[in-house]
Design a binder for this molecule. Structure first.
Ligand SMILES: Nc1nc2c(ncn2[C@@H]2O[C@H](COP(=O)(O)OP(=O)(O)OP(=O)(O)O)[C@@H](O)[C@H]2O)c(=O)[nH]1
Ligand SMILES: [Mg+2]
Length: 484
């Protein structure tokens, strides 16, 4: 159970984004939600909010009343001098615990006017509500046990999803896929721990509660599962945040031309003068559900031009942050100069695709032999393309996608870990499990094994928020904005 107590005050905030919209919503949550909303809405049915059926929309006038008519909980002195109808809208009362926060919630759906929403929100504050902090609605849902921490994070991921794939991952996490797996593993560990501790307590009576082999097999199975989850973390992160694909290569090979054709717009300047691109150019696209940020860079070469040197420095920085490098070569130059070329590949650990451009300038047999040589020399996937003819571009897209979207993900097979926080916790669990296995191997006393089992169980508990400090919670929920 979370260590923090649920606050008993009532919070409110504008829940829809700033700007004009068809509708805008003020959300109120807490024990006085109905009472506070009652100061702002007057149902056309003349009924009181408390008496209406929960979870149904009711037509209402949105009324701002003079401050003096508001009860003693009022903290604000702002408000109209006489009663004023500012809008008409719909009101829904969601009776606890069947609401997002598991508290009494009232949502006031007005027209999406900044001024209306602002005034309604101020009126709620005057009636005794407190302005919600960033992420406080979701935090309350967590504190009331409606969501575990990984699901609360998935709420934000859903809101922020920029592609179908990242949305799909967020929804899987929101439905509790990760949480269930973590709970299953953690329950297993806690069970083993209980046996182990019982064994320790009754050590003098020489009763073995769990056999050594049984314990080892069970821990190995848990470790394997933790490792399977960790193996998904790298592509999980990329699927959630999108792939950063950096286009590199010497000047004039056609990097900017490739960027433009992948974006289907003339974003970067293309000329036949080497050194055209100086600054990095960044644009995002979505390919079959996967968000890809393409970054065109200045061609790498020795130069004394200060501007170009600055561009080259930026190219290198972009490469450091790449998930995949699209290294472009000019096929026509290579064919003329096969033996002399010294391919300047970035020496980093990222995934890399070698793209041989300008295949329109050379014959098919040369394209083939060049690709074979490059494949053998680099060990990377080699894709011949011609930007001018529009050939090979689909293959580039599929290759980038294939690097990150594994078939098991398409098949919804196995949990995908998307957050660094979860990965760090799983790595801790992995280390503790390894140590516990070593202790068992060495025949150490059960106390030693128990310490590591506790460590692994706690690490897993951090993912779902069973074990979490206020500081971690504050950090997570402060990423949300007000109203979520
Ligand atoms: N024949 C042929 N020419 C191409 C192709 N792609 C690009 N080019 C030409 O190659 C020249 C250089 O293209 P850019 O896209 O500016 O090359 P870059 O790699 O961005 O060059 P820098 O910005 O200087 O590093 C231009 O004249 C393009 O028209 C292609 O597929 N075939
Ligand atoms: Mg360029």
């Amino acid at each position: 159970m979370p260590a923090v107590e649920t606050p008993e005050d009532t919070i409110c905030a504008i829940a829809t984004p700033a700007g004009e919209g068809g509708i805008g919503i003020v959300r109120i949550s807490g024990p006085h939600a109905v009472d506070i909303a009652g100061h702002v809405v007057r149902l056309r049915s003349k009924r009181s909010l408390l008496s209406v059926t929960s979870h149904q929309l009711h037509l209402a006038d949105i009324v701002l009343r003079p401050v003096s008519s508001i009860d003693s909980r009022s903290r604000s002195k702002t408000g109209p001098l006489t009663e004023e109808i500012v809008d008409e809208g719909l009101v829904v009362y969601m009776k606890a615990p069947r609401s997002f926060t598991a508290e009494d919630v009232v949502e006031i759906h007005c027209h999406g006017s900044g001024i209306v929403l602002q005034r309604v929100c101020e009126a709620c504050l005057a009636a005794g509500a407190r302005l919600a902090q960033a992420g406080e609605f979701t935090k309350r849902a967590f504190l009331k046990g409606r969501l575990d921490l990984s699901q609360a994070e998935a709420v934000l991921d859903t809101i922020r999803a920029k592609s179908e794939l990242s949305l799909r991952l967020a929804q899987r996490q929101l439905r509790g896929e990760l949480a269930q797996e973590v709970h299953r593993l953690r329950t297993g560990l806690v069970g083993l721990l209980a046996h182990l501790e019982a064994g320790i307590d009754f050590a003098e009576e020489n009763i073995a509660f769990v056999g050594r082999d049984e314990m080892r097999a069970s821990l190995q199975e848990t470790l394997a599962q933790v490792r399977r989850m960790l193996a998904s973390a790298e592509s999980g992160r990329v699927l959630r945040d999108g792939v950063r694909a950096v286009i590199t290569g010497e000047p004039n090979v056609g990097k900017s031309s490739l960027l433009n054709s992948l974006l289907r717009e003339a974003r970067a300047i293309v000329t036949d003068i080497p050194g055209t691109t100086r600054d990095t150019i960044e644009e995002s696209v979505v390919w079959d559900g996967l968000r890809v940020t393409l970054i065109d860079t200045a061609g790498l070469r020795d130069t004394t031009d200060l501007v170009e040197l600055a561009g080259i420095r930026r190219s290198k920085e972009a490469q450091d942050q790449a998930d995949v490098i699209l290294h472009v070569l000019d096929g026509s130059q290579l064919v003329e100069n096969m033996e002399l070329r010294n391919f300047c590949f970035p020496s980093l650990g990222q995934e890399r695709l070698v793209i041989v451009n300008k295949s329109d300038l050379i014959d098919a047999a040369s394209v083939q032999s060049l690709s074979d040589v490059l494949r053998a020399r680099t060990g990377s996937k080699v894709l011949p393309i011609s930007v001018h003819r529009g050939e090979g571009l689909e293959a580039v897209k599929s290759a980038v996608r294939a690097q990150f979207v594994k078939p098991s993900f398409e098949a919804n097979d196995g949990v995908v870990v998307t957050h660094i926080r979860h990965r760090v916790a799983l790595e801790q669990a992995e280390t503790s499990l390894q140590e516990s296995l070593i202790s068992i191997e060495r025949g150490l006393a059960p106390e030693f094994v128990a310490v590591d089992l506790r460590g692994a169980a706690d690490a897993l508990g951090e993912i779902v928020g069973a074990i979490t400090s206020d500081e971690v919670l504050d950090r997570i929920f402060s990423e949300f904005c007000i109203g979520k």
